[in-house]
Structures are given as structure tokens and as C-alpha cells.
Design a protein around this ligand. Sequence first.
Ligand code: B12
Length: 133
Amino acid sequence: MATLLPAALLLLLLPGSPAQDSTERSFSIVVSNSVTNAPSRTFKASVPFRGILLGGMRRLQDSDDGFRFEYKEDVNYGPFLESVNELAGCPDDRTYWELLVKKPNSQVLRPDVGIGCYIPSAGDEIILNFTKY
Ligand code: B12
């Protein structure tokens, strides 16, 4: 009887519950450059339910030759995005890849976490913006 099932098991069995939701969350990744104002490039990406941005970027890289990135692992904060399409941030020039998110309502946020922790929502426009600090 359903009433006797533990709550977690019940959640797994409920139709449409997050645990069963296998639909991908589609979002876009815009590669932009505020230093040179080079034209932006837009890519389509997706993550599964609660998937992290880094995973969506990896899958995009695997499927699209036009998108390449590299990151280094920071001992405290995880993956730090170092380069996109062969362009790397440089401490001497004080350049880096900033992570911005434009929400469907056009509000632009600057997440307080990096690519390893940010969880894209459907319709997000993830902006990887080469800029200066
Ligand atoms: C300075 C700074 C930066 C500088 C670092 C370069 C420099 N030489 O100054 C720049 C501007 C590049 C930067 C960028 C970002 N930062 Co920052 N940054 C800081 C800050 C203020 C000080 C770090 C520092 O100098 N520590 C002292 C030195 C001696 O220690 P360190 O270990 O060598 O420091 C290095 C790491 O902190 C690393 N780093 C800095 N920021 C981030 C962010 C991530 C996600 C990672 C993996 C590493 C990393 O760069 C430092 C220099 O090499 C901290 C907050 C704080 N007060 O600590 C936030 C902080 C570390 N940054 C943060 C964030 C979120 C970012 C960004 C993701 C912001 C964004 N939306 O774009 C980006 C990184 C994007 C990417 N490319 O992956 C968060 C990380 C929180 C988290 N749990 O993920 C912090 C804690 C601030 C906050 N919002 O609370 N940052």
C-alpha cells in the first residue's frame, strides 16, 4: 500500500517527480569578449535535472568543434575557467573569463560560484565574458 511506502521511495514512483524527470534543461552559452569587442558566438547546450554548468560545457565540447575550453582545479573553489577557444585569461594583463547569466526576464546576474557549482535553469543565457579585473 502506498501509504506504507517510505517517503523517498514514494517520491521515486510519483509520475513527474524530479527524481524521475529525464528531460534536459536547454540553455545557451554565449562567448563574448569585452576587451576586444570581437563578435559573440552562441552555442546551444543542455544539462539533466540539477546538472552543473561544467557538465553542459563538456558535452558541448564533445559535440561541437567550435567550442573548446580549459580549466584548472582550485584547491578551495573547484574548477576555474582558464581559456575558451584558445583564449586564456592572463594575470599580467589582468584578464579572465567572467561568468554571467542572463535570465529569461533579461536580468543579468554574476553568479557567486564558478562553472563547477552553477546549475543552469532552462532558458538561461550563460555568458562567458573575457574581461579585465
Ligand atoms: C580576487 C578574486 C578573483 C580574481 C582572481 C585573480 C586575481 N589575481 O586577483 C578574479 C577577478 C579573476 C576572480 C574571478 C572569479 N571569482 Co573570485 N574572488 C577573488 C577574491 C576577492 C580574492 C581571492 C584571493 O586573491 N585570495 C588570496 C590568494 C592568496 O589565495 P588564492 O587561493 O591563491 O586565490 C586564488 C583563488 O581564489 C582563485 N579564484 C578567485 N576567484 C575564483 C573563483 C572560482 C570559482 C575559482 C575556482 C577560483 C577562484 O584566484 C585567486 C588568485 O589566483 C575571492 C573572495 C575572497 N575574499 O577570498 C573571490 C572568490 C574566490 N571568487 C568567487 C567567484 C564566484 C568568482 C567568479 C566565478 C565570478 C564570476 N561570476 O565570474 C570568477 C571566476 C570565473 C572563472 N574564470 O572560473 C567566489 C568563489 C565562491 C565559490 N564557492 O565558488 C569568491 C569566494 C567571492 C564570492 N563571491 O564569495 N576572482
